[in-house]
Design a binder for this molecule. Structure first.
Ligand code: 13P
Ligand code: SF4
Length: 299
């Protein structure tokens, strides 16, 4: 295939690496050096030695890589790939939210803007939210932004009182429903139901396991007969990796259009032309990286 060879050559020549999220299309996942969930991708960005990082995912993920590797050129393979949930709270709104409480601890989901990260105490992902909440002293008031569902799930699991912002992921909140659960449980009664914590409580409370996309991939390695309750990209990846296993998506409508914006052609052109570079304000970066570093220390 034309792109594959060209991408390989360019990667070597430019000392570049390609990171891709689990929701990317399969052809994009195939050219990546590393594919994973948000936590794994930030850990990988912090670890790698590369002059150029091409990020196949959405903007906040590439920004996180830039925060962790400020001297690398971080390129977002599709310029317009954003995460609508990340834009559901601004830095200004968070400052106002904090003022309503006495010295709260702000936990921000990594699906957030750099400005919001800079206003937060500690960051988290769907893979470590419980650990992060548990690390906060009991007497502290906890504010969680922007995802109401991950915030609520973490509160339930830790028994802590967590005050949540009312953001949500359209894909998980609206396109994975209680009715999907009722229907699939009837059709596949002996399958395990795995659900992402960005789903509503009425969905995640019915699951056998609530976890990040990596948690789901790990589970499928060891088990058969699994219902995958997240964006369909992960189901497609697992189906391709384990064709002999019985896997079904909880909802075929759970498609993140932003994650699907990146094509192989975009990856090739981004690497070739070194465009769509992530440029962040120095002062904001200094504060934002602290919340990510605190998270990685605990992970
Ligand atoms: P994961 O970190 O579980 O891969 O989730 C990222 C995301 O954007 C989910 O919608
Ligand atoms: Fe954002 Fe939802 Fe897409 Fe994840 S699936 S990137 S949370 S819109």
């Amino acid at each position: 295939m034309k792109f594959l060879d060209e991408i390989k050559k360019l990667k070597k020549h430019k000392k570049a690496i390609i990171l891709a999220h689990n929701y990317q299309t399969l052809d994009v996942q195939e050219v990546a050096d590393f594919v994973g969930d948000s936590l794994q991708l930030s850990q990988e960005a912090a670890r790698v030695e590369a002059e150029i990082i091409v990020f196949c995912g959405v903007r906040f993920m590439a920004e996180t890589a830039k925060l962790l590797k400020p001297n690398a050129k971080v390129l977002l393979s599709s310029k317009n790939a954003g995460c609508p949930m990340a834009d559901m709270i601004t830095g200004e709104q968070l400052r106002e939210f904090k003022k309503q409480y006495n010295n709260p601890i702000v936990v921000c989901y990594v699906n957030s803007t750099v400005e919001v990260k800079a206003e937060s105490d500690i960051c988290c992902t769907s893979g470590n939210a419980i650990k992060i909440i548990n690390s906060i002293p009991q007497e502290k008031t906890i504010l969680f932004v922007p995802d109401q569902n991950l915030g609520t799930f973490s509160a339930q699991k830790t028994g802590r009182n967590v005050i949540v912002w009312d953001g949500y992921c359209n894909v998980h909140h609206h396109f994975i429903t209680k009715d999907n659960v009722i229907k699939i449980r009837k059709e596949y009664p002996d399958y395990a139901l795995l659900v992402h914590p960005e789903c509503k409580p009425e969905v995640f409370n019915q699951a056998d396991l609530v976890c990040s996309t990596k948690g789901m991939a790990d589970y499928v390695k060891e088990h058969d007969k699994v219902i995958i309750g997240t964006e369909v990209g992960l189901f497609e990846q697992l189906k391709a990796k384990f064709p002999e296993k019985k896997l079904v998506p909880l909802s075929e409508k759970a498609i993140c259009i932003n994650m699907k914006k990146t094509t192989l052609n975009d990856v090739y052109l981004t690497l070739k032309n070194e465009n769509n570079e992530i440029i962040l304000d120095d002062d904001i970066m200094k504060n934002a990286v602290k919340s990510i570093d605190r998270m990685l220390e605990l992970s």
